[in-house]
Design a protein around this ligand. Structure first.
Ligand SMILES: NC(=O)c1ccc[n+]([C@@H]2O[C@H](COP(=O)([O-])OP(=O)(O)OC[C@H]3O[C@@H](n4cnc5c(N)ncnc54)[C@H](OP(=O)(O)O)[C@@H]3O)[C@@H](O)[C@H]2O)c1
Length: 334
């Protein structure tokens, strides 16, 4: 008898675009890649919600395919000498769940160059609680550190702080003893952000109108920005001398209108963060750092829910309609 497994599959739904359903498959449905992984957990990111509800053109690979931009699992076999049977591995980005099959499948075949080892001391479940959101936040913190951000230099701003990546950035910076100012538009998130370690909270309206002058008083010794647009323009005008902002998101707008003055008169830095194509050597460092910095209780406190493959549709709908605070983990296999 052929072994079967379950997967959440997106396929054409007549003229109605893409629709997802949990299906029972055999291995011949899988793409031909060098490493077979028993997936333990995945997660639902905002991008996944857009993909499974077909609310934006996220899926660029051939359908039918399993979405899910994050996965963690156990290697069943690999033709690559990088991994052995039984190794625990993480896959995020590199087009997983967009151009090629992602994590919403109990059995996956993945190009080994898209995988990194699960660091010691981090459980598979917690790796997906961190997921692309936490990985992106860690890359942002690393970029700031490489540009001399240090806890003794003053307040570091995080925008979109109650969002997936923003709350991870808040928790990581606070765990590293930075003085974190969380900017949020969600009044009901204040206690959550304080619990994650924010020392001060500001209303996102303080930043969202754009700067009044090309250079304002230097407020921030560093910043991590999920919002973009006028918020990012304001941050650039308010960075202290030689401080940096790591820009990873466009939750509030993709355009950026600024002047060169903060760059040429204060030496500030605008650091771009792309978690999708981050080189593997840097990924491994980021995951090792995450395993060392974030306490288990902190990670637990950021978990919104753990859902089965059958629960992906509902949580994706909720995420797009009203938002979901904290990380949604998908229990895929065992
Ligand atoms: N570059 C990368 O590699 C990378 C990786 C992951 C995500 N991203 C991008 O980063 C952004 C955040 O991702 P996420 O997963 O953290 O999303 P998320 O969980 O939806 O959080 C976004 C947060 O931004 C704030 N926000 C939403 N709409 C806003 C608006 N119109 N103006 C100002 N603030 C607004 C909200 O926070 P408050 O209520 O607290 O204000 C919201 O919780 C998205 O644009 C996403 O596409 C990029």
């Amino acid at each position: 008898m052929t072994d079967t497994f379950e997967a959440y599959i997106l396929d054409h739904d007549g003229d109605n675009g893409l629709a997802g359903s949990v299906q029972t498959l055999t291995a011949d449905a899988l793409p031909d890649e060098d490493t077979t992984v028993r997936v333990l957990y995945s997660s639902v990111n905002y991008k996944d919600a857009l993909a499974v509800r077909d609310a934006a053109p996220i899926i660029r690979g051939e359908v039918p395919m399993a979405p899910g931009i994050d996965l963690v699992g156990r290697v069943e076999r690999s033709e690559s000498d990088r991994f052995r049977t039984g190794d625990l591995v993480i896959g995020t980005g590199w087009g997983l769940g967009e151009n090629v099959w992602g994590g919403y499948t109990q059995l996956a075949r993945v190009d080994s160059s898209k995988l990194v080892p699960l660091p010691d001391g981090l459980s598979a479940k917690h790796a997906m609680a961190i997921g692309t959101a936490g990985f992106t936040a860690m890359l942002s913190v690393m970029a700031l550190e490489e540009h001399d951000a240090r806890p003794d230099r003053g307040e570091v701003l995080v925008t979109g702080a109650s969002g997936g990546a923003g709350s991870m950035a808040t928790a990581i910076l606070a765990s590293m003893d930075f003085d974190v100012v969380a900017s949020t538009g969600s009044e009901d998130a204040h206690a959550y952000l304080t619990d994650l370690g924010a020392s001060r909270i500001i209303d996102r309206g303080e930043l969202s109108e754009g700067p009044e002058r090309p250079m304002e008083s230097g407020r921030w010794a560093g910043a991590i920005d999920a919002v973009g647009g006028k918020t990012l323009a304001t941050i650039i005008a308010q960075l202290k001398r030689h401080a940096s902002v790591a820009s990873f998101g466009n939750a509030g707008g993709h355009e950026l209108h600024t002047t060169v003055f903060p760059f040429i008169l204060r030496g500030v830095n605008l650091l771009g963060i792309d978690s999708n194509t981050c080189p593997n050597a840097r990924r491994i460092v980021a995951w090792e750092r995450l395993a060392g910095i974030l306490a288990s209780e902190t990670i637990e406190s950021m978990i919104h829910s753990v859902v089965p493959l059958e629960g992906i549709d509902d949580v994706a709908r909720q995420m797009l309609q009203s938002g979901v605070r904290g990380r949604v983990i998908v229990r895929v296999g065992s």
